[in-house]
Design a protein around this ligand. Structure first.
Ligand SMILES: C[S@@+](CC[C@H](N)C(=O)[O-])C[C@H]1O[C@@H](n2cnc3c(N)ncnc32)[C@H](O)[C@@H]1O
Length: 200
């Protein structure tokens, strides 16, 4: 199953079956609040699943998988996709209003997360925010959610507190909440919003 999800279309279909549409729409409205003229960097953009939900923003995705980038470029002509590692890719004139990082940190060990997160304040313009959406270990969560997490492709699924601890060194403000019921099946996400006072 994990190997099959490397195929872009299958990854896309898995999201549709689980109810990613409603989940992404709700997350975009509540946390991203898309506006024309604003710029978003989607770190680990996968198959471009967020593009439709953040329009009319100016969208840039960066993604490690060449197959995912090729698929995204074929699907979303209105967006820009860069192939590379978000930890060292050159974004040029980076001045983003939102850096989104959905489902990426649990694929990285602590050192990898810090290598990526430490770059983010420098990629954000005035008033810019980092938004992280991650699968999350929550005490007492539904057994099916726990089963899903145990079979995820990422080896580093963390608690709310551990996710916050990763982000905190780089931002003056960090707030997070657990979101259940965003998919068709029992599942737990943590959503983190982080920003720097000086840049607001
Ligand atoms: C679970 S997928 C989530 C994809 C997308 N954000 C979404 O919401 O569907 C995680 C993605 O992060 C990408 N990724 C992991 N580490 C990365 C890195 N260092 N730089 C860029 N992309 C990365 C993976 O290739 C994968 O496509």
């Amino acid at each position: 199953m994990k190997q099959l999800l490397k195929i872009p279309l299958l990854y896309h279909l898995k999201g549709m079956v689980l109810g990613a549409d409603g989940c992404r729409r709700a997350a975009a409205e509540r946390y991203i609040r898309p506006e024309a003229g604003k710029r978003i960097l989607d770190i680990g953009s996968g198959v471009g699943g967020m593009v439709s939900y953040v329009m009319p923003m100016d969208y840039t995705g960066v993604e490690l998988s060449a197959a995912y980038v090729a698929y995204s470029r074929g699907c979303y002509k209105q967006a820009r996709f860069m192939l590379g590692d978000a930890r060292n890719v050159d974004f040029g004139d980076a001045d983003f209003d939102v850096c989104l990082c959905w489902g990426v940190l649990h694929h990285m060990d602590e050192a990898g997360c810090h290598a990526m997160l430490q770059r983010v304040p420098g990629l954000l313009g005035k008033g810019g925010r980092l938004i992280i959406v991650e699968p999350c270990i929550v005490p007492g969560q539904h057994w099916f959610a726990r089963w899903m997490l145990a079979h995820d492709r990422g080896d580093h699924i963390r608690t709310q507190a551990d996710n916050e601890r990763l982000v905190s060194p780089y931002f003056t403000h960090v707030r997070s909440e657990i979101r259940e019921g965003m998919l068709r099946v029992p599942y737990s996400f943590v959503v983190i919003e982080a920003w720097n006072e000086a840049s607001t």
